[in-house]
Design a protein around this ligand. Structure first.
Ligand SMILES: [Zn+2]
Length: 306
């Protein structure tokens, strides 16, 4: 008899997979006698698809029986922290664009109140995703930047990496993610780009066709960790939502927030523009979970409670 219980449901409306499982009995041990106590921790995974560029939220319901918990997947480990609603702890993970299709083990370690550690493993099948391909014509100085700009680009990349390297150990978000602007987008996350006939970049954000000068809103509540004019990204705002989740708004014509400022969901962070490496007014919106770029559109589908 197996103690493993897997429940898979599919909601067509949000196209999210929800998977719940109870822990597997440790190998080589007889199952405990049935006791009149709460069952082991229940894990719920929420995602749009198990593919490169997709976010995963891991929920753990412990009934107060756990002191702490962590999850490891694709080489990254993160702690689970209290989720809104008070019934569970949760963590965000992303499947990076270079992730190999196939089976990958997710390991959840639960440190219980009595000091013992329960380890739960789940195999997740990551499937391949084909991203679109395009050719772009850009100003030469953005494809082959002058030597003087290379130093600046390097310095700014370090600045962005530093700003997004600190994981705030609490969730700052306020319910589900929302669009920073209602204009249509090009659905171009992950697009492979041939810039002036040089295969140079993968587009790791989503471009939204917002008109020049219109307000760009924070996709969720958080703290501004960067508000700067970058060579490639142009005027850029990065918001830390906690638990390693960051959203970024690029090519702005004007910055409306400062580093360190707390922003509410929907608060204007800047005005739409075409600064930096851009072919015309639009918003470059990107989301990073730990060091993984994920499709911002998939973030909108995550059923996060207030
Ligand atoms: Zn873009």
């Amino acid at each position: 008899m197996t103690r493993r219980r897997v429940l898979l449901t599919r909601s067509v409306a949000v196209a999210l997979a929800v998977l719940a499982l109870s822990p597997v009995a440790p190998a080589g041990r007889l199952p405990d006698k049935p006791k009149a106590q709460a069952p082991g921790p229940v894990i719920r995974l929420v995602y749009r698809a198990l593919q490169p560029g997709e976010p995963i939220v891991v929920f753990l319901e412990t009934d107060g029986a756990a002191n702490s918990a962590s999850v490891t997947f694709l080489g990254r480990t993160v702690d689970l922290r209290p989720a809104p609603g008070g019934r569970s702890v949760f963590a965000f993970l992303g499947i990076d664009l270079q992730a190999k299709p196939g089976s990958h083990t997710m390991t959840i370690k639960v440190r219980k109140a009595d000091g013992t550690i329960e380890t739960i493993r789940k195999e997740l099948l990551v499937s391949e995703k084909k991203f679109p391909f395009t050719k772009l014509q850009l100003k030469r100085e953005y494809v082959t930047p002058p030597a003087a700009a290379l130093e600046r680009i390097k310095r700014e990349a370090e600045l962005v990496a530093l700003a997004t390297s600190v994981v705030t150990p609490e969730w700052l978000g306020d319910g589900p993610f929302a669009l920073p602007h209602d204009a249509p987008n090009w659905a171009n996350f992950g697009q492979r780009r041939l810039n002036n006939n040089v295969l140079e970049s993968v587009h790791t954000g989503l471009d939204i066709r917002a008109p020049f000068g219109e307000s760009i809103r924070a996709a969720n509540a958080g703290t501004v960790v960067l508000a700067s004019d970058l060579y490639l990204g142009g005027k850029t705002v990065i918001v830390d939502h906690g638990l390693g989740v960051f959203s970024s708004y690029g090519h702005l014509s004007k910055l409306l927030v400062k580093r360190g400022e707390a922003v509410k969901k929907g608060a204007p962070v800047g005005l739409c523009g075409s600064t930096g490496r851009s072919t015309g007014p639009h918003l470059h919106w990107s989301v990073k979970i730990l060091d993984v770029r994920v499709d911002p559109e998939a973030m909108l589908r995550l059923p996060l409670e207030k």
